[in-house]
Design a protein around this ligand. Structure first.
Ligand code: PGA
Length: 250
């Protein structure tokens, strides 16, 4: 019932020509995949070229961030109408690297989510605990805080346009993946939260991705968990072959 979604977060990587080469190779590798939503998130500079490359294919475009205002004196920012204009369907919001290095808060995440939805962009809202938070038993408190803060004030219909990505910070780029059981436990906890903040229907229908060192070797056992609906992939999305393998494991 929930269509799996595999998204590649390219982070601060790939020039325009490199992005086009990666997309061209990926397009060929996943051409016959029909039952999985495939998304790539290049840097802002490569969005237009990647959008032209994926035309008519089964790959969708995402940005890695968005600003909460539509236009104005906000030097260096990119707005939801601009992302829509360049061909994005999705936008990643609240990635842990943005929270850690760029001062993103639950409040700014919530404002960005609302700005994205107002322009028909689907937010991929990232949540996740740090290692010391897990080790001191605070995982559920942190996830509760990130989820309820990020989605505050959304209607059921708005929330169903979103995807939540559970990304334990200690698993991002470290090679240390959460075990399938650890991922399942948090995903199930998030569905419980959604039942309280919104409705049973939203809790059942909303897609929750896992992210953090997802690779071809561990993708299938993570995807096999009942509440894991896909993956947000960093490192392994930078090569067409490894990303395509993950897509095909679903
Ligand atoms: P990783 O990154 O797959 O390289 O751990 C995941 C992410 O940050 O979205």
């Amino acid at each position: 019932m929930r269509t799996p979604i595999i998204a590649g977060n390219w982070k601060l990587n790939k020039t325009i020509s490199e992005a086009v080469a990666l997309t061209t190779a990926l397009k060929a590798s996943v051409a016959d995949v029909a039952d999985v939503e495939i998304v790539v998130a290049p840097a802002f500079t490569a969005l237009a070229a990647v959008n032209a490359t994926i035309a008519g294919s089964n790959i969708r475009l995402s940005a890695q961030d968005v600003y909460s205002e539509d236009s104005g004196a906000f030097t260096g920012e990119v707005s939801a109408p601009m992302l829509k204009d360049v061909g994005c369907d999705y936008v990643i919001i609240g990635h842990s690297e943005r929270r850690q290095y760029f001062g993103e808060t639950n409040e700014s995440v919530n404002q960005k989510v609302k700005a994205a939805l107002a322009h028909d962009l689907k937010p991929i809202i990232c949540v996740g605990e740090q290692l010391e938070e897990r080790e001191t038993g605070q995982t559920e408190t942190v996830i509760d805080d990130h989820v309820t803060g990020g989605i505050a004030g959304l209607s059921d219909a708005e929330l169903l346009s979103c995807v939540i990505a559970y990304e334990p910070v200690w698993a991002i780029g470290t090679g240390k993946t959460a075990t399938p059981a650890q991922a399942q436990e948090v995903h199930s906890f998030i569905r419980g939260l959604l039942r309280k903040t919104h409705s049973a229907e939203v809790a059942v229908q909303l897609r929750i991705q896992y992210g953090g060192s997802v690779k071809p070797e561990n993708a299938s056992e993570l995807m096999a968990q009942p509440d894991v609906d896909g993956a947000l992939v960093g490192g392994a999305s930078l090569e067409a072959e490894s990303f395509a393998q993950i897509v095909k494991f679903v």
